[in-house]
Design a protein around this ligand. Structure first.
Ligand code: RIB
Length: 337
């Protein structure tokens, strides 16, 4: 049997209205009464029913955040940045994992609408933003995280992934490597496609350089390891001499395959660079070069954009663009480069 406001009022010998004031406007109540009501709440184990308050106030005290993959430390760092910034405004973050699938993304968007969140921060699974347009047109602000809308119609926080891909491939080419491979996740994910575009531009600037594209079904360690095993199975002369992985999880998986299954040495035989610069990159068995994204700052900036839209819905979309940063470690430095 759940404890009600009436139970608390009876236990503290006050009216239900006084209990409500203690919960919502304690400055209106004498300190003695506040203390007596709070003691009754603690003793009875009363938990406020936010649903009623949400409906009255029109909005919850929360923000919805949908990320592509909660297993990816990049997104948990984004979530932590968003959460810290939201907490400064008395807001909490509800985290949803789309698992890079549209149907799970849609399920979370429906849930956040029902929960009447103040707004939604999302890394979309595809270029189809129609569900987000309906959510926004229904009165829920939407901020894109880690990518921009093709038509700029949503406020967004992102890193220039074309520039990031260019930096990664240029770095590999600067080592003298010429048989490059781009280890991609699903190319329907805009970030993955943009990084490929940047890599292509870099390869075009180096005579004799070629770029093979290896598309995997997910951006995970397991898929990276599967790709590494497939590369080892090739004759040495058919293997790439450098791999640019679309994110660090794929790169860590490749490192695992090479470390466990072959005489392939990183970077001497195959140089390897990832993307995101998650903590596991520096801690990898061969410290991984990577393209750093300021994940926590991305999350915090997304909340700032949402707060701005909540304060002034009439403003035009804002776009925060961070620069990618090349971080060089052992996986692209060797004695014979
Ligand atoms: O989820 C795929 C990738 O896109 C992540 O690793 C991160 O780089 C994001 O931008």
């Amino acid at each position: 049997m759940s404890v009600s406001v009436k139970d608390v009022a009876a236990a503290a010998s006050v009216s239900v209205g006084t209990v409500s004031n203690v919960l919502n406007q304690p400055a209106k109540v004498s300190p003695e009464t506040v203390e007596r009501v709070q003691r009754a709440i603690a003793e009875l184990g009363y938990v406020r029913n936010d649903a009623a308050r949400q409906l009255r106030a029109g909005r919850s005290r929360s923000i919805g955040l949908v990320v592509l993959d909660v297993r990816n430390p990049f997104f948990t760092d984004v979530a932590r940045g968003a959460e810290s910034r939201a907490a400064e405004e008395g807001l909490s973050v509800l985290l949803g994992n789309s698992d890079e699938t549209a149907h799970r993304e849609d399920s979370y968007l429906d849930l956040f609408r029902e929960q009447r969140v103040n707004g939604v921060l999302i890394t979309p699974t595809s270029d189809d933003l129609s569900h987000l347009e309906r959510l926004r047109d229904g009165g829920t602000p939407v901020i894109l995280v880690d990518r921009e809308a093709p038509d700029g119609s949503f406020s967004s926080v992102a890193v220039d992934d074309v520039e990031g891909g260019y930096l990664a491939a240029s770095h590999l080419a600067s080592l003298g490597r010429r048989r490059l491979a781009y280890l991609a996740g699903p190319l329907g994910i805009a970030q993955v496609a943009d990084r490929l575009e940047g890599a292509r531009r870099a390869v075009a600037e180096h005579v004799g350089a070629t770029l093979e594209v290896i598309e995997m079904p997910a951006l995970s360690v397991l898929q990276g390891r599967a790709a590494g095993v497939a590369i080892i199975a090739r004759p040495p002369e058919e293997r790439p001499d450098a791999i640019f992985a679309a994110n660090d999880l794929l790169a860590v998986g490749v490192l695992q395959a090479f470390a466990m299954m072959s005489e392939v040495r990183v970077p001497d035989d195959i140089a390897l660079i990832g993307y995101d610069d998650i903590d596991f990159a520096a801690a990898a068995v061969v410290p991984l070069s990577s393209i750093r994204q300021p994940a926590s700052e991305i999350g915090s900036a997304a909340v700032d954009l949402l707060l701005r839209e909540l304060a002034d819905a009439s403003g035009s979309p804002d776009h925060v663009r961070f620069r990618p940063e090349l971080v060089i470690r052992a996986s692209t430095q060797s004695s014979n480069v």
